[in-house]
Ligand binder design. Structure first.
Ligand SMILES: [Zn+2]
Length: 995
């Protein structure tokens, strides 16, 4: 191996911070603060026009930008959300329909998005390429400050009338629009309904009482004029918060913003302040409903409190710590009695401290409830809190939570969000609400005060008494399923359409037809994208990063030691390659992985073990995965992996925890039942949220051996297996998932868990230890010594499911459509072309046909290079047959005029898949495990070389070869039986089952 990287973080190339008071153009440097934990510097500036700018100097190749506007809607027409969509649909300098989506493939960004929260809207991106940074900066500034906001855009993404057959005014009138459909889907999702109801219940007089995303019944009230006025008022430098991060020169960035934006505006005054909510004099009860049929276990009850200002740094820290003390793990003093009450399956959504309102909130409750449990949950919550105050909180619990804080402050990881943007989201709350943004990043003073107060007396018990028990600003909120709501919503929509069109004249109808045709015409127009900046293929790094590590053999085990600047954290991964897993254990494997870190071990029950993990680790998780060899799609390898992290001083204790979980996990019947109920509730909720992923897995299982396992481990079959165990139904017989080995109940499952544990210890362990060089000599013998038996690794590929179009019906007003094809393994020469094809179809075809024309929230193509599955899918889609026609016509699209630009963009997009954003915690272990699985740098570079040389003819050829109707498998997750004549014409007859 080559030499190890040094742990020094400060490179000489890092620009110096400006001085306080220094003028940079019309900007003034207000503050400069060091950020010791993350080895960075925060610079706060203000502009003459009133704009605020926060710049973080940090030695990170991934640079970031965001502009955020406080947006405080006064109604539920969704104006802020619709505006977020519209500003991305063409601007003065870039007058193309979708500059944002058009930039996706012209850039090597590591993050691009726009988000509307309940009181702000933000436009963030990050990239590792300097040219790309300034390209995207120009596009983002032009989009947000100088959008065209065309009337047609408003109609396409906001709302519009359209006849069912757009050119025929005698067909029924419909309401359409991307946001309109997005929110119809959103309001069918219990999590979203809960979030809206939460704000409305606790802050009924404030902006939070509105649905900032837009309530479907109110969206049609939004006028084009209101939209433009909202933009003029809010998207103005005087109301803007800019954020930049990285090591690019600040002055060059500020000059760009000045020239492009600031120089073209006058100062303007806008009051976006949110007043205090008038306190309640006594507690209230509220109820919300979502469309659902699970009246047995579909309800949630949560008790909510309004707290003080979330910008108060001391209070914010204390509530965050208290929230973790009370609810941070399974044994926590509030969690455990709630769960062990047996009333519900898990904690209610949004439980814990929430600082995403100007005045903070605390919530706790249960979900997975039947009807009529409101009083029982409220009493249980209040009694438990009283008991906690009375008994006092053990100091060890507070220490454990403070320890979790220490990990959070030290960790530098791109997991989830790029770290470059995590920094902004940490400071955004206090910054926008008028507090000190630094407190989001540096809490040393507040921590010190907290420690001093803790040594002087009861801090958190008093906080519970004053903030919760004696606080009359409390709401007990019930969220319940209503089986009639879906039908009623549909009837209400029809009534709304009838009312709005009651006095439509023939001219009005003609206008609707004309506007529909005009929109269609515009959508069909080709727009030269030459105005948009772009990168070229020479910007793609030709080879993947070689991250050094050293390996050693330890008996049957292989260990990699990886030196990385981890900020003082140690990461340990133990991947156990399993021997041939008997058929009847397969369905139990993902349940084992879920339960093993949540049960007990080595003589400790689950509560003791979870307290131990909280005290010495930053979390330990387990997962099961199926790996595929680069040259053979049928060569599958199953692994069970444990991953954990800890402060370096606790690394030996982390090793002990993982050893105990491997060798001596303990499951009790009661605890397992609780866990399975929680998992079932979570999976059920995810179906309407991620229906496209479920549909893709259902289709994938019909074409790919790895897909079969994907479906059994994480698809609707897994859900059915679980339902069979928990609800005592005959285990998943209908899906064919459990055929012979159907798990008949808890005792049966427990017996299988015992066999899985034994099986694991006959596997082959492959360990990755990531830490700073000084902390790499950790003794891992306690783990490697467990593996004594020996068994052959690998398993024969499972047979794919019969090739029949599958439909699964659930409580969803919209559909998720998918088609999947089995193609070729990674090392096959056609694999890079398939990856490029997926990018081309996604950006240039499906987005337009399914989202813009079809009114779905999303449409995508993807190619899993390792599993060899090519898929097309749609998300929150009002159509089924139409979308399958779009999928089918993808080949014809390849014969339309396509040029070098489209190809280059698709290749750029594909190359991003090969160069994922890594961070010190992931870079080395990803390299090591890829090497172990046969995806060495040489194999990956060869793939890349072929990728960069893909031609349009290659795309047509691989499509004709691999994506043929005979190789296709279809699946849809939807609200009703999809079979109709139009689908029959397409040759599709779906086998329909309930979820
Ligand atoms: Zn949206």
């Amino acid at each position: 191996m080559t030499s190890l990287p040094t742990t020094a973080l400060v490179s000489p190339a890092l620009p110096a911070a400006p001085r306080v008071g220094e003028r940079l153009g019309r900007y003034t440097v207000e503050r400069v603060e060091t950020l010791p934990e993350m080895q960075g510097t925060l610079v706060l500036l203000s502009h003459e026009l009133g704009a605020r700018h926060a710049h973080v100097i940090r030695d990170d190749d991934n640079a970031a930008f965001a502009v955020t506007f406080p947006t405080v809607p006064k109604d539920s027409t969704g104006v802020a959300h619709i505006l977020e969509h519209i500003v991305l649909m063409g601007s003065q300098r870039y007058p193309v329909p979708d500059p944002f989506f058009a930039m996706l493939p012209r850039s090597l960004n590591t993050f691009m998005n726009a988000m509307t929260s309940n009181d702000w809207t933000t436009y963030p991106f990050s990239t590792r390429n300097e040219q790309d940074f300034f390209n995207l900066l120009g596009v983002y500034l032009d989009a947000t400050f100088f959008p065209l906001m065309r009337y047609e855009s408003f109609r396409q993404d906001g709302h519009r009338f359209e006849f069912q057959t757009p050119e025929d005014p005698t067909t029924p009138l419909k309401l359409q629009g991307v946001v309109y459909n997005e929110m119809k889907g959103g309001m069918a999702n219990p999590g979203s309904v809960m979030w809206r109801a939460f704000g409305k219940a606790l802050y009924p007089d404030l902006t939070y009482a509105n649905n900032s995303g837009g309530a479907p019944e109110n969206i049609p009230e939004l006028t084009y004029e209101n939209l433009r006025a909202f933009h003029a008022a809010h998207y103005h430098p005087s109301n803007a918060f800019f954020y930049t991060y990285g090591k690019l020169p600040l002055e060059r960035i500020l000059d760009g913003i000045e020239a492009h934006v600031m120089s073209r505006f006058e100062r303007q005054v806008l009051d976006v302040s949110i007043p205090d909510q008038t306190p309640f004099t006594e507690p209230r009860a509220e109820r919300a409903e979502y469309p659902g049929t699970d009246t047995e276990r579909g309800s949630q009850v949560s008790v909510l409190w309004k707290l003080g200002l979330s910008s108060d740094a001391d209070a914010n820290l204390r509530w965050s710590v208290l929230s973790d003390v009370l609810l941070g793990n399974a044994a926590a003093p509030l969690t455990r009695p709630l769960i062990e009450s047996g009333l519900g399956a898990g904690l209610a959504d949004l439980s814990g401290y929430r600082d995403s309102f100007r005045e903070g909130a605390f919530a706790v409750g249960l979900k997975g409830l039947g009807a009529g449990q409101v009083q029982a949950v409220e009493t249980l919550v209040l009694d438990t809190l009283r008991a906690i105050v009375q008994g006092g909180i053990a100091p060890e619990l507070i220490e454990s939570s403070l320890h979790q804080f220490e990990i959070g402050q030290k960790e530098v990881s791109n997991a989830g969000y790029p770290f470059a943007l995590q920094v902004m989201f940490r400071m955004l709350g206090p910054w926008l609400y008028g507090g000190d943004p630094l407190t989001g990043l540096r809490l040393d003073a507040e921590l010190e005060r907290l420690r001093a107060d803790l040594s002087a007396g009861r801090v958190f018990e008093t906080l519970i008494e004053q903030g919760l028990l004696n606080n009359p600003h409390r709401v007990t909120l019930e969220l319940a399923p209503n089986p009639e709501l879906a039908a009623r919503t549909e009837a209400d929509e029809q009534a709304l359409i009838d009312r709005l069109s009651a006095d439509f004249t023939d001219e009005d109808r003609a206008r609707v037809v004309a506007e529909s045709l005009r929109l269609k015409e515009l959508q069909a127009q080709e727009h030269p994208l030459d105005t948009l900046p772009t990168l070229s293929l020479s910007d793609v790094p030709p080879s993947v990063p070689r991250v050094p590590y050293r390996t050693e053999d330890a008996g049957r085990a292989l260990i990699a030691r990886i030196a990385q600047p981890t900020g003082g954290l140690t990461y340990l991964d133990v991947q156990v390659r399993l021997p041939d897993v008997p058929e009847d254990l397969l369905d139990a494997l993902p349940l084992y992985a879920f339960a093993v870190t949540r049960g007990g071990a080595a003589g400790q029950d689950y509560a003791e073990l979870s307290r131990r993990m909280e005290a010495v680790t930053g979390g330990v998780s387990a997962s099961v995965s199926a790996g595929v060899r680069p040259d053979d799609l049928n060569a599958l390898r199953l692994s069970l992996s444990f991953s954990g992290k800890a402060l370096a001083r606790n690394a030996p204790a982390l090793t002990d925890v993982i050893r105990d979980l491997l060798a001596a996990p303990e499951f009790t019947r009661d605890r397992l039942e609780q866990l399975l109920r929680q998992r079932l509730a979570g999976l059920k909720a995810s179906v309407v949220q991620s229906g496209n992923a479920y549909a893709e897995r259902l289709a994938g299982a019909q074409v790919s051996p790895a897909g079969v396992l994907g479906e059994r481990f994480g698809g609707l079959s897994a859900l059915n297996t679980l339902k069979g165990i928990v609800e005592g139904q005959p285990g998943a017989e209908e899906t064919g998932a459990g055929q012979e080995g159907g798990i008949s109940g808890l005792d049966d499952l427990l017996a299988r868990f015992g066999r899985i544990r034994d099986l694991i210890l006959t596997g082959t362990p492959v360990l990755a230890l990531t830490a700073t060089e000084d902390d790499l000599n950790l003794d891992l013998g306690g783990i490697t010594g467990l593996f004594t038996g020996s068994a052959p690794v690998g398993r024969p590929a499972p047979a794919t499911a019969p090739r029949t179009p599958q439909a699964r019906t659930t409580d969803s007003p919209v559909a998720f459509n998918a088609v999947a094809f089995q193609t070729v393994p990674y090392a096959h020469p056609d694999s890079p072309a398939l990856l490029v094809l997926s990018r081309l179809l996604r950006s240039n075809y499906l987005l337009k046909e399914i989202r813009e024309k079809g009114g779905a929230y999303g449409g995508a193509a993807s190619f899993d290079t390792r599993e060899g599955v090519f898929a097309m899918s749609s998300y929150r889609d009002p159509n089924i047959a139409r979308t399958y026609r779009v999928f089918r016509d993808a080949r014809a699209f390849l014969d339309t005029p396509l040029g070098q630009r489209e190809l280059t963009e698709a290749i750029l997009g594909a190359s991003k898949v090969l160069d994922p954003l890594t961070s010190p915690d992931t870079a080395g272990r990803m390299r090591f495990y890829s090497d172990q699985a046969g995806y060495t740098p040489e194999v990956q570079d060869a793939f890349k070389a072929r990728l960069l040389a893909v031609t349009l003819d290659d795309l047509r050829r691989v499509m004709d070869t691999w994506l043929t109707p005979e190789r296709a498998a279809y699946a849809v997750v939807t609200g009703r039986d999809p079979n109709d004549d139009t689908l029959k014409e397409l040759g599709l007859t779906f086998d329909v089952q309930g979820v």
